[in-house]
Write a protein that binds this ligand. Sequence first.
Ligand SMILES: O=C(O)C(=O)C[C@]1(C(=O)O)C=C[C@@H](O)C=C1
Length: 361
Amino acid sequence: MGKSFEAWGWSEKHPLIIAGPCSVETPEQLDETVAALVKQGVKIIRGGVWKPRTRPGSFEGVGAIALPWIQEVKKKYGVKFAIEVANPNHVKQALDADIDILWIGARSTVNPFTVQEIADSLKGVDIPIFVKNPVNPDLALWIGALERLDQAGLKRIGAIHRGFSNFNDTTYRNSPMWQLPIELKTKFPELPLINDPSHICGRRDLLFDVAQMALDLDFDGLIIESHRDPDHAWSDAAQQVTPGVLGDMLHRLKIRTINPENSEFQYQLEQIRGQIDDVDRELLEVLTRRMNLVAQAGEFKKMNNVAIFQIDRWKKVFKSRSEWAQAMRLNPEFIKELFRMIHSESISKQKEIMEDKQLEK
Ligand SMILES: O=C(O)C(=O)C[C@]1(C(=O)O)C=C[C@@H](O)C=C1
């Protein structure tokens, strides 16, 4: 599944930029914002028409009356326009209004019934469509939504990474959890993947760093909210930037290449990778030695009828390893996570020994 932007027949230069207001509010707001974005070189505009909000009473978009305003700016400025659709009725109205690109929002992606209805309503239609990740960090659900569109025959499908709900995260509105889009890209290397720093950050001061991270990870594009007067936007005021600020940001972002032609660079990188291969082998040998010792401890516990989980020892191991990590300038959080996994594997191993499942393997 998945075809690159090139295979879509798109010639926009890398990275693809989609920008525009969170919501279309008035004809004037849309016109002024689009005019300013076009000056910054933006060719694809986004704008919410129907806005699913967490709680009733928030501004839920002006609805279909925005569609003629959109048609007007498309004609006047020669831009493409992308909007969110959440049901077949939205799809029909968007297609009737000649909208160029659709996306399925995070709250719709969580619901396979909704996604299937949208997919069915698009059968036989050739329109680019992006699927935002579901609100919860569930890669299968994200892939499932993309597959539903693929099975409906849509040829130009892309994914948008907008971050995931995370109660513990106090920095981001939606935690980026970069490992999920990385996994998606690994499974479907051709599938265009764009990043939505606005919804990840929820505040404009973090946008640049998240957008840069996305480009460092070889994302294919960015979708960023921009409004002529962000502080007075009717929705998502804190995360929108003016077209001028956006232009400056796009200018400062460093665009990375994945496979430079430079043979000296390739040679040097291969040297380093060779050393990484050696170190990884050593790491696995060390892990094997540790697991063998854990197995010995398991046999010993079994003979003496002693519990597998030894809380005092585990607390000591956990504390000392993160202190060692700190002294060695390794990230203690990474080492804590690593040792949680190692400990959990030790317990499974000793459980097998207790239950005599060793020989069956
Ligand atoms: O020290 C032990 O008792 C072990 O079996 C080793 C080990 C570990 O992996 O370090 C495994 C399980 C225990 O809960 C504590 C520590």
